[in-house]
Write a protein that binds this ligand. Structure first.
Ligand code: NAG
Length: 910
């Protein structure tokens, strides 16, 4: 028995809730809209140039540029309805520059003016390593722009980019040196507003009401808003979580019907609807823009209060007299938050992957998952008892369907007391887990943040006695090392609270109002659970924790899923842009409930859902307890076969997925990517969210309608694309019609090499020593490359170099394996005897007969043959059988047309 005690230093929960899961459909009226939210309504009604602000006292101090922002005396600021007395004390601005083109802009109240309290600045998100990348500003230059009488202060940023602060009217922007083209700008339209904290006087009434709830707002209104412009942008993306398209549609302005702004407020929303800017379970205030002229840029506002963001249609500011110095195409946005400070980051790109890396350098890359977590997960609310678990587990084997993890929802507990078991239904939880583990399988159980108020419950007793709330378990009996955790309801969901969450004026440890940190609450819960699991294993094994709520930095602690979706075709469709959006905003390990949580999917929808989700990072089937059973063998042989095939394909591709997870872990580039991340110059991809890339090599086209026999697929770039099942080659740069009845269309891009493991096994553990297959898709010059990363799949030894990382290169008829591991391992090494048992060459036009393997100086046969498995057309592809080279070693394989002749170039047929 291990004890897992995690006390969290910041979030000691002062409110206790009893928790019951209940179901109802989406109730719009339970949630506030912008008009019912005073700070949002006010900010939205402001006109351009509302703000009259001047930056004064600009100095370089301690390596940063600082300034005071003041409202000129002769300007009477717009009096907002409930703020009869706007504080007009100066604000303090600081601007810092970091490596790789990152500008950080902070604006807060001036501490020397004695504000009633310090505003909340989100801790624990920005990496300490990031701070060490701060560049020391020595000086700034002054200039006068466009005949303005006011000065501007210019600091050099990076690689031909510089940041400019204009003093009057106050504006901050980033531009290219030389051309002067802008990249990003802040307060260009003068919508800046910052409501300062006030001390309540006789007669002040700052209460805000919503339905039956009252928010006392003890410091008065404290919101912040400003405009942000993205230049050279065709589209903007990001700011999850919303069930909507990948590119964000305008919410306001000419030619669009005004909608709600995109809301960022973590909420438990039952049966959420698609195509909506409504805020769901998690929030990441990070927006990216992409366009043909500048490429990609990004803006991140680290703030945990409720946020609302408008994307403005071109011409929204037509009535103002603002004229920008250039006629660059741009997208303007309006950012509004209820509280906190401005702590913001400008990322200049200019390539999509640069922005992903820049954002990851601030908030961290994703944790390296254990290998098992990349396999298939089977969940249901609820598997009833030990018998049920045994049955489901054995059916997977009976039907030859691999899976890695069986999940239990809330009913496994003793009366909803987390970290306990219902001993009638689950009398021997440890044995049950050990039995699963004997087949290499794991278990995950749920832990919500609600603590049952029960004086006999040890968790509740201890928390009450010590005056804090414990975020994880003590003396969690019935746990073994193969048990992992799922955090649900951590928005937090509070059924009797306003908007199903905690009151905004509730106080957390350190006198922090809930309104200030709401969106980070689930993040801390996730962090604490992950730390708890890490401690259970003595810091040795990587934790696995799935969370519903998230915030920037969540990627360092675990996995997220898109919450309680519904068994509808539209929900399958929207799951793709939702997961892509999470990926480009740092959280690559995410997925949606396969089949849809609420309702019963029809069989075809369920099958399609498996086919799409098999290519998404987190792959879990889950269902509500009122739904019919839907395990993959319950829908007749043909459908079982299709679902088995989808899951098996995922397992064959796990070496590729794991390599991509490592890439994400090192660089922040997500495992699944919007097409424009790989094809940034192909405009036809910018708005495509029905297809996606897995790494740089696979293009997956989802099918989101019934009875689809074929599909029109846009294949980008000048490459050739090889159908994954048949090997058929298609030309890129156009839309192709392809067969789609038995599986969804998936293509391998020419110029890439994908590692696979093709033998069928029960779970990832049994695949460990299996040999690999390499699938090589040649480009027009007969070349290709790819990578393979392997480690022990569970410990942290890889951080000390215990891994194998190879690059495979094919050129001039020769395949070479090169070591990519940067340095020799310190401490334990990772060894593998795995070999490569087959090499498949696509796009090889000449017909080699033999291959010479070096350094063994061995010659082997080369065959022309159909590609492995699957039905349909089988064009000839070249197969090198049993080269039996080791993945851990350097080697090369040279193809020969006949003995002793080097092979020529391959050419794709299209
Ligand atoms: C990769 O993942 C590990 C384990 O989760 C984490 O400790 C590490 O910081 C991540 N990043 C890198 C660059 O290794």
């Amino acid at each position: 028995m291990k004890s897992v005690v995690v006390l969290h230093h910041l979030l000691c929960l002062l409110l206790l809730f009893s928790h019951l899961k209940s179901v109802s459909s989406w109730k719009k009226e339970e949630f506030r809209n912008c008009d019912q939210t005073p700070f949002c309504k006010r900010a939205r009604s402001r006109k351009p140039q509302h703000c009259k602000l001047t930056a004064t006292d600009v100095v370089v101090d301690n390596g940063d540029l600082t300034a005071k922002l003041i409202t000129p005396n002769n300007f009477q600021q717009n009096l907002d309805e409930d703020s009869s007395e706007i504080a007009s004390k100066p604000l303090i601005l600081s601007l810092s520059v970091y490596q790789n083109g990152i500008l950080r802009l902070k604006i807060d109240e001036d501490p020397s003016q004695n504000p009633p309290k310090k505003r909340f600045e989100v801790p624990d998100v920005v990496l300490p390593e990031f701070e060490s990348k701060k560049l020391w500003l020595q000086r700034h230059t002054k200039e006068v722009i466009n005949g303005d009488s006011a000065e501007s202060f210019v600091v050099y940023l990076f690689d031909g980019y510089e940041a400019v602060i204009r003093s009057d009217p106050f504006e901050v922007f980033v531009r290219e040196q030389g051309s002067g083209n802008r990249v990003l700008s802040f307060n260009t339209h003068g919508l800046f507003d910052f409501e300062q904290l006030r001390v309540k006087k006789e007669g002040d009434n700052w209460e805000e009401r919503f339905r039956s709830h009252t928010d006392s707002r003890p410091y008065g209104p404290q919101s912040i808003s400003f405009d942000m412009s993205f230049y050279g942008a065709d589209f903007v993306y990001g700011i999850p979580e919303h069930a909507t398209t990948l590119s964000l549609k305008p919410t306001n302005g000419p030619g669009v019907e005004q909608s709600e702004p995109y809301r960022l407020f973590n909420l438990d929303v039952f049966e959420y609807i698609t195509d909506s800017p409504f805020g769901l379970y998690g929030s990441i205030p990070f927006m990216l823009s992409h366009g043909k002229s500048h490429g990609t840029s990004g803006f991140f506002w680290l703030n945990a209060a409720e946020m609302q963001i408008d994307v403005l249609a071109p011409g929204w500011d037509a009535e103002s007299s603002i004229s920008l110095p250039s006629d660059q195409k741009r997208i303007d946005t309006l950012w509004m938050s209820e509280a906190g400070i401005i702590d913001s980051f400008f990322f200049i790109g200019p390539k999509p992957k640069d922005v992903a890396k820049q954002y990851a350098s601030v908030t961290g890359t994703s944790a390296m998952p254990q290998l098992f977590a990349t396999g298939y997960h089977q969940c249901r609310w609820n598997y009833r008892d030990e018998e049920d678990v045994k049955n489901v587990d054995s059916k997977f084997d009976e039907h030859d369907i691999p899976y890695d993890v069986l999940w239990l929802d809330i009913e496994h507990t003793n009366g909803k007391r987390y970290f306990t078991w219902d001993r009638v239904l689950f009398p021997n939880p440890e044995e049950m887990q050990k039995d699963l583990a004997s087949r290499g399988r794991k278990m995950v159980t749920i832990v919500d943040p609600h603590i049952k108020r029960d004086e006999g419950y040890h968790i509740h007793k201890e928390a009450s006695k010590n005056g804090y709330y414990v975020k994880d378990a003590t003396e969690y009996s019935g746990s073994t090392p193969s048990l992992y955790i799922w955090n649900d309801m951590n928005e937090p969901s509070v059924f009797n609270g306003p908007e199903v969450t905690m009151p905004r004026d509730a106080l957390h440890y350190g006198n922090i109002e809930h309104r200030e940190l709401h969106n980070a609450y689930g993040y801390y819960f996730h962090m604490a659970t992950s730390d708890g699991l890490l401690k259970r294993e003595g810091g040795k094994d990587r934790p696995f924790v799935l969370s519903r709520a998230f915030f920037p930095g969540t990627q360092r602690y675990g996995t997220v899923w898109t919450g309680d979706n519904t068994a509808e075709w539209e929900q399958l469709r929207v799951s793709v842009p939702m997961i892509l959006t999470l990926g480009i905003t740092g959280i690559t390990f995410s997925g949606a409930d396969v089949g849809g949580f609420f309702g019963n999917p029809d069989t075809e929808l369920l099958v399609r859902w498996y086919q799409v989700a098999a290519y998404l990072p987190f792959f879990r089937g889950h269902a509500h307890h009122d739904t019919k059973r839907r395990e993959p063998w319950l829908f007749g042989d043909r459908n079982t076969e299709l679902m088995r095939e989808a899951i098996r394909v995922r397992y064959t591709l796990l070496p590729y997925f794991y390599t991509l997870f490592r890439e994400a872990n090192v660089s922040g580039v997500p495992v699944v990517r919007p097409l424009w991340m790989e094809f940034p110059n192909d405009e036809a991809t910018f708005n495509n969210d029905e297809a996606f890339m897995v790494g740089n090599a696979l293009l997956v086209q989802g099918i989101y309608t019934e009875n689809a026999k074929d599909a029109s697929v846009y294949l980008p770039g000048d490459e050739t694309w090889y159908d994954l099942r048949s090997g058929t080659a298609y030309k890129g740069g156009k839309t192709q019609k392809v067969e789609a009845s038995g599986a969804i269309p998936v293509f391998q891009r020419s110029g890439t090499i994908i590692p696979r493991k093709d033998r069928f096994r029960r779970s990832t553990v049994q695949m460990e020593n299996d040999p690999y297959t390499l699938v090589i898709a040649l480009d027009s010059s007969g070349e290709a490359e790819g990578e393979l990363y392997i480690d022990d799949g569970k410990s942290y030894d890889f951080k000390n170099g215990a891994y194998i990382h190879r690059r495979f290169l094919f050129s001039n008829g020769k395949l070479t394996s090169v070591n990519l591991a940067t340095s020799a391992s310190v401490g334990p090494t990772f060894l593998s005897d795995c070999t490569i048992e087959r090499i498949i060459l696509l796009g090889q036009t000449s017909k080699p007969k033999s291959a010479r393997i070096e350094p063994a100086n061995r010659v082997t046969e080369v065959e022309l043959g159909p590609i492995q498995t699957r039905t349909g057309v089988r064009p000839s592809v070249l197969t090198i059988r049993k080269p039996n080279v080791k993945v851990s070693e350097d080697w090369s394989i040279q193809l020969f047309l006949k003995k002793g002749t080097s092979n020529g170039r391959g050419k794709a047929k299209a």
